[in-house]
Write a new protein. Structure first.
Length: 307
C-alpha cells in the first residue's frame, strides 16, 4: 500500500507532466493553421493535449492536402495519404487516410486485384489500356484482332496463344491489355515473368507449403500467361519438375494458357533440348507437345516500341 508521501509525490509529478503537456499544446495553438485544424476536430482539449506532436504532424499533412491537385503533387510522408486522428474511447488513434485523388485511383484500379502477379511489378499493369495499343503498323493487325476477339468471346474460348516475335514489339503489352480487360469483367488470371520466376522459386525450397501453394496456383488459375519463355536459364529441374508439371495439368484440364517469347516454336524446341546433361530432345518434345495443344501459334514482327 502506498504511503501518503508517495501518493503526494506521484500526484505532483502528474500535475507537472500535465502542465507541460498543456503548455506545449497552448504554444502550438499560436499557429493559426494548427488552431484551425484543432477546431475542426471538435475534441475535448483534455484529450488533445496528450498528442501535441502527433497533432502537429497531422496538421502539416492536412495543410499539404488543402491545395494539392493530384497525387503527383503530394508532399506527405505516404503518397496520396494524410496522417489523421480518430477518437476512440477518449484516445486518439492516428492512421493514414487516403485522399480523394488516391481513393479514385483505388476505385479505378480495383479490378487489378483479379490479376495475380509472379515476378511482375503491379506498376506494369496499372497504366495498361486498350486505347494505348500501337496500331500504326499493319503487321500488328492480325494479332490485335485475335486478342480483341478473345476478349469479346471469353469465356467461350478454347485455346490460348503462343505469341513470338522480335524484341520490344509489344507482345507482352498486348496480353496485359487482354487480361486487364477481362479483369474489368471480373475474370481472374495470373501473369508470370518466367525467367525471374524460376530464379525466385529457388528461394522457396525450404518452405514446402509455400512452394506447393505457388505451383498449385499456376496449375489451377483460370488463365495463365507465361511471359518471355525461352529467356530463362534452363535446367532439367525447371523444365521437367516445374514447367512440365504445370503444363501437363493445364492441358489435361483444358485451362487457357498464354506465352510470349522471342523464339519461334522450333527455336524453343532447341532451347528446351539442351541442358548441362546434354541434348534431351525427347523431354523437349514433351513440353512442346503441351504448348502446341494449349495454344495457337502467332508471330508479331514490328518496330521496337522501347526505342
Amino acid at each position: 500500500m502506498k504511503t501518503l508521501k508517495q501518493s503526494l509525490n506521484e500526484n505532483g509529478i502528474k500535475v507537472q507532466i500535465n502542465n507541460k503537456l498543456e503548455l506545449a499544446f497552448n504554444e502550438a495553438l499560436k499557429d493559426k493553421e494548427f488552431e484551425e485544424f484543432i477546431n475542426k476536430l471538435k475534441i475535448d482539449k483534455s484529450i488533445l493535449v496528450k498528442y501535441t506532436s502527433l497533432l502537429k504532424k497531422s496538421c502539416s499533412e492536412y495543410s499539404n492536402c488543402k491545395n494539392c491537385k493530384n497525387v503527383l503533387e503530394c508532399k506527405n510522408e505516404v503518397n496520396g495519404h494524410a496522417y489523421l486522428p480518430i477518437l476512440n474511447k477518449n484516445k486518439l488513434i492516428f492512421n493514414y487516410k487516403a485522399c480523394k485523388y488516391q481513393e479514385k485511383i483505388y476505385k479505378d484500379t480495383a479490378h487489378l486485384k483479379n490479376i495475380s502477379l509472379y515476378s511482375v511489378s503491379r506498376e506494369v499493369i496499372e497504366d495498361v489500356s486498350i486505347k494505348k495499343i500501337y496500331t500504326n503498323d499493319a503487321k500488328r493487325k492480325e494479332v490485335i484482332t485475335w486478342i480483341v476477339n478473345f476478349i469479346t468471346n471469353y469465356p467461350d474460348c478454347k485455346k490460348g496463344l503462343y505469341l513470338h516475335g522480335n524484341f520490344g514489339c509489344g507482345k507482352s503489352y498486348l496480353l496485359y491489355v487482354m487480361l486487364v480487360e477481362l479483369a474489368k469483367k471480373g475474370y481472374k488470371s495470373t501473369i508470370v515473368y518466367w525467367p525471374g520466376f524460376i530464379n525466385e522459386l529457388k528461394t522457396y525450397f525450404e518452405d514446402n507449403q509455400e512452394f506447393n501453394s505457388i505451383i498449385n496456383h499456376l496449375k489451377n488459375t483460370n488463365i495463365l500467361f507465361i511471359d518471355d519463355i525461352g529467356a530463362e536459364n534452363l535446367t532439367s529441374w525447371s523444365r521437367d519438375e516445374i514447367l512440365a508439371t504445370i503444363l501437363d495439368y493445364r492441358m489435361n484440364n483444358n485451362l487457357l494458357t498464354f506465352f510470349t517469347s522471342n523464339l519461334t516454336l522450333e527455336e524453343l524446341t532447341n532451347h528446351f533440348a539442351i541442358t548441362k546433361n546434354g541434348e534431351e530432345i525427347v523431354k523437349s518434345k514433351r513440353i512442346m507437345e503441351r504448348i502446341n495443344k494449349l495454344t495457337v501459334d502467332m508471330q508479331l514482327i514490328s518496330k521496337n516500341l522501347r526505342n
